[in-house]
Design a protein around this ligand. Structure first.
Ligand SMILES: *[C@@H]1O[C@H](CO)[C@@H](O)[C@H](O)[C@H]1NC(C)=O
Ligand SMILES: *[C@@H]1O[C@H](CO)[C@@H](O)[C@H](O)[C@H]1NC(C)=O
Length: 289
C-alpha cells in the first residue's frame, strides 16, 4: 500500500509540475485528480483481493497439511494392527509347532504344553519364542540325523607277495586295521552293507605278476556281480579307484582281480577301504524337506 501511495505521489508531483509548466485551466486539474484518485482506489481494491487470495491459499494449505497428518496417523494405526495380527499368528504357529513336536517326539525333560500356560490358563509363547528357532532347528536335526551306525573299514594283506589269483577272484585283504561295525568280513574280504545308504570305497593295488598275454593286471569293484571302477595295474606300480555308490542293506562289495594268474604285493602296498557316508532315512515325515 505504501508503495502504491508512493508511486501515486511521484506521479502526482510530476503531473502538477507538468500542469504548472503548461498552465492549464482549473477544470483540467480537477479531472486529472479525480482520475488519479479512482486509479488509487482500483489499485487498493486489487491489492486487497490479492491479500484475501493469499489468506485463502494459506487456509487451504493448512487444511491439506492436517489431512496428511491424519492420513499418516491412520497408516500408523494400520501398521500397529498388522503387527499385532502378525504377532498373534506367530504365536499360534509356534504353539502348533510345539504341540506337533510333543506328539512326534518323546520329550525327555518333561516339558509339556501345560508348562506354557500362564496363571489365567492362556498359552504363553514367550519361552518358546525365546528358544523357538533354536529348538526347531535342533528338532529338525534330530529327525535328519541318521542313527549312529559306525561303518568304516581299512584292510590290507599280511603277506608281501601274493601270486596265482584266479579270474574274477576276490582280492584278499584279511588284515583289518579298522573295521568299525564289522560290516567287512576279513575271511571273505567282502563288505556287506548294514543299512541302505551312500557308501564310499577305495582300492589300491600294487601289481607284481602280469598274466601272460596281458601287459597289465586288471582289477575292479564288484557290487553284487556288477563291475564298477575298472583299473589297470602295472608290475611294481600302484593303481587306485574310488567308488561312491548307493547300496541297499545286504548288498555286497568286493575288490576283484580280472585275469587268471595275476599277482599283487600285499603288506601296506595294497589296500581296500570303505565307509558309510550317510544312511538313507526311512523316516518319511521329515521336517524342512
Ligand atoms: C579279522 O577280523 C576279526 C574280527 O573283526 C579280528 O578280530 C581279527 O583281528 C581280524 N584279523 C586280522 C588278521 O586282522
Ligand atoms: C573267520 O573265520 C574264522 C575261522 O573259521 C572264524 O572263527 C571267524 O569268526 C571268522 N571271522 C569272521 C569275521 O567271519
Amino acid at each position: 500500500m505504501i508503495a502504491i501511495r508512493h508511486s501515486v505521489c511521484v506521479c502526482l508531483v510530476a503531473l502538477v509540475f507538468q500542469l504548472v509548466q503548461s498552465a492549464p485551466a482549473a477544470d483540467d486539474v480537477g479531472e486529472l485528480l479525480d482520475a488519479l484518485l479512482s486509479r488509487i482506489e482500483t489499485l487498493e481494491a486489487s491489492d486487497a483481493a490479492n491479500k484475501a487470495k493469499i489468506v485463502e491459499m494459506e487456509a487451504e494449505f493448512k487444511l491439506r497439511q492436517s489431512e496428511s497428518e491424519r492420513e499418516i496417523l491412520v497408516l500408523k494405526e494400520t501398521i500397529k494392527k498388522m503387527e499385532s495380527n502378525f504377532k498373534h499368528k506367530e504365536e499360534t504357529l509356534l504353539k502348533r509347532i510345539y504341540e506337533q513336536e510333543l506328539s512326534t517326539f518323546s520329550n525327555s525333560n518333561g516339558d509339556t504344553t501345560e508348562n506354557k500356560l500362564d496363571e489365567n490358563n492362556n498359552f504363553d509363547p514367550t519361552p518358546i519364542r525365546e528358544n523357538g528357532i533354536q529348538k526347531r532347528r535342533s528338532s529338525i536335526r534330530k529327525i535328519r540325523e541318521v542313527p549312529e551306525i559306525e561303518t568304516a573299514f581299512y584292510a590290507t594283506h599280511v603277506v608281501h607277495n601274493n601270486h596265482d589269483l584266479g579270474a574274477n577272484q576276490v582280492i584278499p585283504f584279511q588284515q583289518t586295521v579298522t573295521n568299525n561295525g564289522n560290516a567287512y568280513n576279513n575271511n571273505t574280504s567282502v563288505f556287506v552293507a548294514p543299512v541302505d545308504g551312500t557308501y564310499v570305497f577305495h582300492g589300491t593295488v600294487m601289481g607284481i605278476d602280469i598274466p601272460s598275454g596281458h601287459s597289465h593286471m586288471k582289477a575292479h569293484f564288484d557290487v553284487d556281480g556288477t563291475k564298477y571302477s575298472v583299473f589297470y595295474v602295472s608290475g611294481y606300480d600302484q593303481s587306485s579307484q574310488m567308488l561312491v555308490i548307493n547300496l541297499k542293506a545286504g548288498q555286497s562289495v568286493s575288490l576283484r582281480n580280472d585275469y587268471l594268474d595275476a599277482g599283487f604285493i600285499g603288506k601296506h602296498y595294497s589296500s581296500f577301504s570303505g565307509f558309510l557316508l550317510y544312511q538313507h532315512s526311512s523316516v518319511t515325515n521329515i521336517v524342512g524337506k
